[in-house]
Design a protein around this ligand. Structure first.
Ligand code: C2E
Ligand code: MG
Ligand code: MG
Length: 730
């Protein structure tokens, strides 16, 4: 509960405060984040650098082209400058063999203009004169008049002026000073490059700003929201874009935000469902949907604090246990068992007051908490209502089942003020109700508690008894009713429990301590000791020269199913050397209630060893003719309770008669125990019973007395006397 509470607290109040603070903090963080990240963003740099590189490449290509044109333009200008300087000097002369420019004119020309040298040709391409530096172009007849020559170092440029350029019948090759053109081109390139860089820088900055606004900011926001959603999927801190545009990026961010919100909603719903489920599993029983033991204890605790402490009301806690539910479950199947529990749960809810709490405490146990306004008598009324509601048979799969319950009641404050105490006392009262024959109810009493305490003490003492040699065996002889022969003895356990008496111990009946040894599992080692001691006694009997007798040993159901009985018997027979046919194992009908196949298997194995098998206390338990036929049994032992009143009680007489006939019809021997009188014996003889055992002949006696008894009895059979213990009918 506390874990669930804590988590839900964290989800509610606490979580809200955190998210507001966080959103303020994260808004600041977000701005810094974006600003820092514009210059850190790999994407922005990639886009910007590619744009930058593209611009440089395009502009470089453009520049190559323009530089070329610029240079051509400059050369053309130079040509025109030369022409403008040369053309006016050509005088009006008709003599085609004389240079139209005089040497003094030429010298001046060379001094003040870019013209550095001249070669003057007549129309028939004969050189008339050369001035200044020698020209590299030498005019010939078929020469293209557009031919130019630019010296390798770029310092001179030669052109041909034709007669049409000069408007005179001459050709002039002029060598012009072109050294300034390279400089101009360089300057042109530098200027352009600078402009280009500035432009690129401007474009890059503008692009970066645009990218940050339009692309980077939404992407970073998206990334942040997604990261938050990954870290805290149920309560992600989502931020919206400040821009409300309709472009693809904004739409994508908005869709992603919606998706994160949807996911958070779904997770929240799933979590709530899971919490509900956990709560249901932790506090309710899955089958009956009733509160379980944990929830019941919590409610009881609340009720004590809210009502009993304030002296408003008293409470009753009832432990309700269905009698023999396990048998129904085992024999009819779990499905029927489940349906029965559901139906019982419903009846209990209907039979109890509206504010009472009915819970399923364990498999077939229910706990009920009811509030009492007056006194304890009110709880009897509730119990009556419960019994009345269960009186009507349950109909399950068209079959009628009669459910009976035992109920233990403890009151608060009378029987305790603490949850565990009251519940324990209700259980103690329930156990008493079961012990007192079931289908009844008991109010808790301190005496019950004392009985429980003394049982715990007995269990502690029993653990010491084996080591302390406090166990003894007594033997109860068995006789063949027709021949009078002593044919066997039953080994019966005796415990001399140490005490403060002058004898130092007192005898405890096995009826008292065997159930405790069974509940604790101690019966397994105790049973092993009994088996060893009894088999040794049988061997001792034979070693005294007496006719072999069958030794009957009681085997508890617990020993039968929990201990490795087959190997234990095998080992003891081996160790003692007793003929297995001289050993009989007495089991009660209760062993047949558990796993039938396992039971058959174990009985077969024991029978295969050669041992005889008897069903003890036959007629008192759950018997089925079908298993009697399946099991390898040799003997039925009529319970002493039927024999005791066989002459006075018609039912007991009929049962005894029926058991004898049934045994015979199945080919089994029948032995009667509890034979105390000659009348008992005569009745059994008349009814054809095979064997007898009882106080009429002797009480169970220790081994030395048994040996004496056996010897005396044998002699008596041979020479009967008046006081002999032999069977009086013989
Ligand atoms: P049980 O196996 O049915 O043993 C027969 C009981 O009936 C014995 O009581 C015996 O003394 C008593 N009995 C026999 N004939 C008469 C009679 O004529 N009159 C009267 N009043 N009683 C008679 P005991 O020894 O007190 O044993 C009681 C039960 O304790 C046994 O019933 C058996 O279930 C159990 N038990 C005794 N020894 C062992 C043992 O070694 N192992 C196991 N598992 N159970 C044992
Ligand atoms: Mg017995
Ligand atoms: Mg018996």
């Amino acid at each position: 509960m506390s874990i669930i509470k804590k988590t839900s607290d964290a989800l509610q109040g606490h979580g809200k405060k955190e998210s507001i603070d966080d959103s303020i903090k994260s808004d600041v963080f977000y701005k810094e984040d974006v600003e820092q990240n514009i210059w850190k963003s790999k994407l922005s740099w990639k886009i910007t650098l590619s744009v930058f590189a593209t611009m440089i490449v395009i502009q470089a290509a453009v520049m190559v082209f323009t530089v070329n044109n610029f240079e051509k333009e400059k050369l053309y200008e130079l040509r025109q400058t030369g022409l403008n300087a040369v053309a006016p000097l050509i005088g009006q002369t008709s003599d085609q063999l004389v240079s139209p420019i005089r040497p003094d004119q030429a010298r001046k020309l060379i001094e003040v203009t870019p013209v550095k040298g001249l070669s003057i040709y007549s129309l028939d391409v004969s050189q008339l004169a050369t001035y200044g530096e020698t020209t590299a172009l030498y005019l010939s007849q078929f020469m293209d008049l557009n031919t130019t020559y630019w010296s390798v170092d770029g310092s001179s440029y030669e052109v041909i002026y034709s007669s049409s350029d000069l408007r005179r019948p001459y050709f002039i090759v002029a060598k012009l000073d072109s050294s300034h053109i390279d400089m101009a081109v360089m300057e042109y390139v530098q200027q352009n490059f600078l402009i280009l860089l500035l432009l690129a820088a401007f474009v890059t900055t503008v692009l970066m700003i645009a990218l940050s606004q339009l692309l980077l900011e939404p992407i970073l926001l998206l990334r942040k929201n997604l990261l938050n959603a990954v870290r805290n999927p149920q309560k992600p801190q989502i931020q919206e874009l400040r821009r409300k545009d309709n472009d693809e990026v904004t739409l994508t961010v908005n869709i992603a935000n919606d998706l994160i919100r949807q996911n958070a909603d779904n997770l929240m719903k799933l979590r709530e469902q899971a919490e509900d489920q956990i709560h249901q599993l932790a506090y309710y029983d899955n089958l009956t949907k009733l509160p379980n033991r944990t929830m019941f204890a919590e409610r009881l605790d609340q009720a004590i604090k809210n009502h009993v402490v304030k002296k408003e009301k008293s409470l009753v806690v009832m432990s309700v246990d269905l009698d023999h539910f396990k048998d129904i479950n085992d024999s009819m199947g779990h499905e029927v068992g489940d349906m029965m529990l559901e139906a019982v749960a419903e009846r209990l809810v209907n039979a109890t007051p509206a504010e009472a709490i009915v819970s399923r405490a364990s498999a077939d146990e229910f706990s009920i908490l009811a509030f009492l306004d007056e006194d304890i008598s009110e709880s009897s009324e509730i119990v009556d209502a419960i019994f009345a509601s269960l009186a009507e048979p349950l109909v399950i799969l068209q079959e009628k089942f009669q459910v009976r319950a035992s109920i233990g009641l403890a009151h608060c404050p009378q029987d305790g003020m603490e949850v565990s105490h009251i519940m324990k006392n209700a259980d103690i009262a329930l156990n008493r109700a079961k012990e007192d024959g079931r289908a009844t109810y008991r109010f808790y009493s301190e005496d019950f508690d004392r009985a429980v305490q003394s049982r715990f003490q007995m269990l502690r003492d029993l653990r010491l008894a084996l080591e302390g040699n406090q166990f003894k065996l007594h033997y109860h002889p068995q006789f063949d009713l027709k021949t009078g022969k002593m044919i066997g003895a039953e080994a019966l356990l005796r415990w001399y429990r140490p005490d403060n008496s002058p004898e130092g111990s007192h005898l405890v009946s096995p009826v008292e301590f065997i159930p405790i040894a069974e509940q604790s599992g101690l019966i397994v080692p105790i049973g092993e000791w009994v088996m060893e001691t009894a088999c040794k006694a049988a061997v001792e009997w034979q070693s005294q020269g007496l006719d072999p007798i069958r030794m009957a040993v009681n085997i508890s159901g617990i020993q039968f199913h929990r201990g490795d009985i087959v190997n234990m018997v095998k080992r003891v027979l081996n160790d003692t050397g007793l003929d297995p046919r001289m050993l009989e194992l007495e089991v009660t009908e209760s062993v047949f209630m558990d796993d039938i196949n396992q039971t058959i298997d174990i009985l077969r194995q024991l029978h295969e060893l050669g041992c005889e098998l008897a069903i003890d206390d036959f007629g008192t338990g759950y018997s089925s003719l079908s298993y009697l036929r399946q099991f390898p049994i040799d003997r039925l032992k009529i319970d002493q309770s039927f024999v005791r009143e066989v002459l006075t009680n018609n039912d007991d007489q009929a049962i005894t008669r029926t058991i004898i006939n049934l045994g015979h019809s199945l080919g089994l021997k029948v032995i009667a125990e509890g034979v105390e009188t000659t009348d008992h014996q005569n009745f059994l003889l008349r009814e054809n019973c095979d064997e007898v055992q009882g106080f009429k002949y002797t009480k169970p006696i220790p081994l030395n007395e048994l040996l004496e008894y056996g010897k005396a009895y044998n002699n008596d059979l041979e020479k009967p006397s008046k006081d002999s213990p032999k069977l009086s009918v013989i």
